[in-house]
Design a protein. Structure first.
Length: 223
């Protein structure tokens, strides 16, 4: 059974309508309506099967869920070089924020030195969802003890008018304020971010349970 056939077997028409509202920038006709746990289960089956490589080479896919399964399969590749090669081959075909945001390759965790040059390249990309993925990987892998100011600066300098790109920059700084407040708050104090991103980062930080009440009140003063 193909990935498409497996997806059809677990489709949910009501969920399809919900998904179509979440990703208004893609054609609703390309959405089957499959819940994430079901897609992850399909990805696990595909990742262990002989059809894996053939499926990963079937680009571009027609359906939104095929793209999600594709990235879920990639995320399970244990060898870093093989995984990052598959990521790079797929990123140009990513056309919406859920596909960009859902998968987090396991092999990235133990290969930060090798990963960083790729992240820098992805963030520099003119393709919105490649840049968004790069920023998200930087957020996932290089906050906390891995944080360096040059990383935050790289995100602050990323410019673009696309809503999904700006939202990712704001999300990065809101998360950085939760995990590396002392190092990150200067970006708010000195208004180093574009005005929209600045306000959105504060909003998301204020809404976060990981930011202290004291810090939230201080951040509100820079709205």
């Amino acid at each position: 059974m193909s990935v498409y056939e497996r997806l059809l077997a677990v489709k949910d028409p009501e969920y399809r309508e919900f998904q179509a509202k979440l990703v208004p920038n893609i054609d609703p006709a390309t959405i089957i309506g499959v819940r994430t746990p079901d897609m992850r289960n399909i990805a696990k089956e595909v990742a262990k099967s002989k059809e894996r490589d053939a499926f990963l080479q079937e680009l571009p896919h027609k359906y939104y869920e095929e793209n999600l399964v594709h990235f879920f399969v990639i995320a399970q590749i244990k060898d870093f070089d093989e995984c990052v090669k598959a990521v790079e081959e797929f990123l140009p075909y990513v056309d919406c924020w859920p596909v960009s945001d859902q998968a987090s390759p396991k092999s990235f965790k133990k290969n930060h030195n090798n990963l960083l040059p790729y992240i820098k390249k992805w963030i520099a990309s003119d393709h919105v969802y490649t840049a968004r993925f790069g920023i998200r990987m930087l957020m996932n892998e290089f906050l906390g003890n891995e944080f360096k100011d040059e990383y935050a600066q790289m995100v602050a300098e990323k410019k673009g008018e696309d809503y999904y790109l700006k939202m990712m920059v704001a999300w990065y700084f809101a998360t950085a304020l939760a995990k590396n407040y002392d190092e990150t708050v200067k970006y708010i104090e000195e208004r180093r971010l574009d005005e929209w991103v600045h306000k959105k980062a504060i909003q998301k930080a204020v809404e976060s349970f990981r930011v202290t009440d004291e810090h939230k009140e201080y951040l509100k003063s820079f709205r």
